[in-house]
Design a protein around this ligand. Structure first.
Ligand SMILES: C[S@@+](CC[C@H](N)C(=O)[O-])C[C@H]1O[C@@H](n2cnc3c(N)ncnc32)[C@H](O)[C@@H]1O
Length: 382
């Protein structure tokens, strides 16, 4: 298996180079309108957003900023295949303009725009970003009625172009089965509130650039890619930033295209080449080790598994997980600037295959537990 990754440093309003109906999934986090850190981008001198901010007209500024994003949603609709998904991570903004503190509902405005373009909305995810910051409670504190509830969540909007995707050819059905996620992952990932999102693998972490670009955690985009595409699909991120989507696409065996307007991000994206093979191996092993832990916990309650994975031999909850296999990236090359090619192993990771079936069948839980705890602690360093 080989995947291809293209990064283009230009405005994603102009993605005419991407053919219509050629992308399977769009995952992104745009700059957030009405959040001051993005004013430089939205409210440039002479723009209508800048004039509205100067005139103290918050809602005019909000609308003008979204009008800059609208053409991009329109292009995303064009390039997406029928049945393709769109996942947009967006937070609302609070801001005081003219002494008036209000919420600017970015998620609502993006939903309106994408629905008008023809997308269908699906249940979305509330990503709970709990903070311990002392200033998280806003307004008049204990005195009614000028206090405001905390803003500790963001949205992951989920939309689809057209009807449900179909997998008709045997080859596509096989890839779909091999792209399955574990049952216990399904229970967490397909839940409407995410409390448990972890950070970014150490190897990929360029903390400074990630803060400057408001990068999303690797785990967010990695989950979404695994939930809404299959191996070999093409994932587009029109606001690539530090390249988190490229890294997650590489780890999950998908192709990717990223657009980024700020050439200063190039260093961060380039770091991916050096780090992603190792970090992918860690992430894949951690998923497998967590599955083993889950299996052991179930066996301890005398649960009888009905199915076994064909490649690893370990028990799984459902027939849909029988052909699940996670492919390690083994080699990454950069044939051209802004282009990566990645080759993958088609073999399961040997340390998760050996002896598992007999150990499970004999219910030799102590041995299994020992192996699992070894795998988890050894690979828990990101
Ligand atoms: C919220 S950040 C995305 C961060 C990214 N998800 C990551 O993990 O690093 C938004 C990014 O969009 C870029 N951007 C803003 N407007 C753009 C445009 N019109 N075309 C391409 N990129 C744009 C910004 O420079 C910024 O890096």
């Amino acid at each position: 298996m080989r995947t291809y990754h293209t990064v283009i440093y230009s405005d994603s309003k102009n993605i005419e180079a991407i053919p219509s109906k050629s992308v399977d999934l769009m995952v992104t986090s745009p700059p957030y309108p009405m959040i001051e850190m993005w004013d430089e981008m939205f409210a440039q001198p002479g723009s209508s957003a800048e004039a509205a901010l100067k005139n103290g007209d918050g809602f005019k500024a909000f609308e003008s900023m979204h009008e800059m994003l609208d053409p991009i949603w329109k292009e995303v609709y064009r390039v997406l295949k029928l049945g393709g998904f769109v996942c947009i991570n967006i937070g609302d903004a609070t801001r005081t303009i003219n002494n008036n503190f209000v919420l600017y509902p970015n998620h609502m405005r993006i939903l309106k725009s994408t629905l008008e373009r023809g997308f269908s909305a699906l249940p979305c995810i509330l990503w709970r970003k709990q903070t311990n910051a002392p200033n998280k409670f806003m307004g008049s504190g204990m005195l009614p009625s000028g206090a405001y509830v905390t803003l500790e969540h963001e949205y992951i909007l989920i939309l689809r172009k057209g009807p449900k995707r179909e997998f008709k050819k045997e080859k596509d059905k096989k890839i779909r089965r091999e792209s399955a996620i574990f049952w216990e992952e399904r229970n967490r990932w397909f839940s409407d509130v995410w409390f448990d999102v972890k950070g970014t693998p150490q190897a990929l972490n360029n903390e400074d650039a990630r803060i400057r670009s408001a990068a999303f955690p690797f785990e967010v985009v990695y989950r979404l890619i695994n939930m809404y595409s299959t191996k070999g699909d093409t994932v587009l991120d029109p606001f690539l930033g530090t390249g988190t989507t490229t890294a997650a696409a590489i780890t999950s065996g998908r192709n990717s295209i990223g657009y980024e307007i700020d050439p200063a991000m190039e260093n961060s994206v380039d770091r991916i080449k050096d780090a992603v093979v190792d970090s992918s191996k860690q992430i894949i092993r951690k998923r497998l080790a967590k599955h083993m832990e889950f299996v052991v916990d179930r066996l301890k309650t005398n649960y009888m598994f009905k199915y076994e994975n064909k490649y690893y031999g370990f028990p799984v909850m459902t027939a849909q997980e029988k052909e699940l296999i996670l492919n390690d990236p083994v080699n990454i090359t950069r044939p051209d600037a802004g282009m990566f090619e990645v080759d993958y192993s088609d073999k399961p990771q040997p340390e998760f295959c050996k002896n598992w079936p007999s150990e499970f069948k004999e219910q030799n839980l102590d041995a299994v537990c020992q192996n699992v705890s070894h795998a988890v602690t050894a690979k828990d360093s990101f």
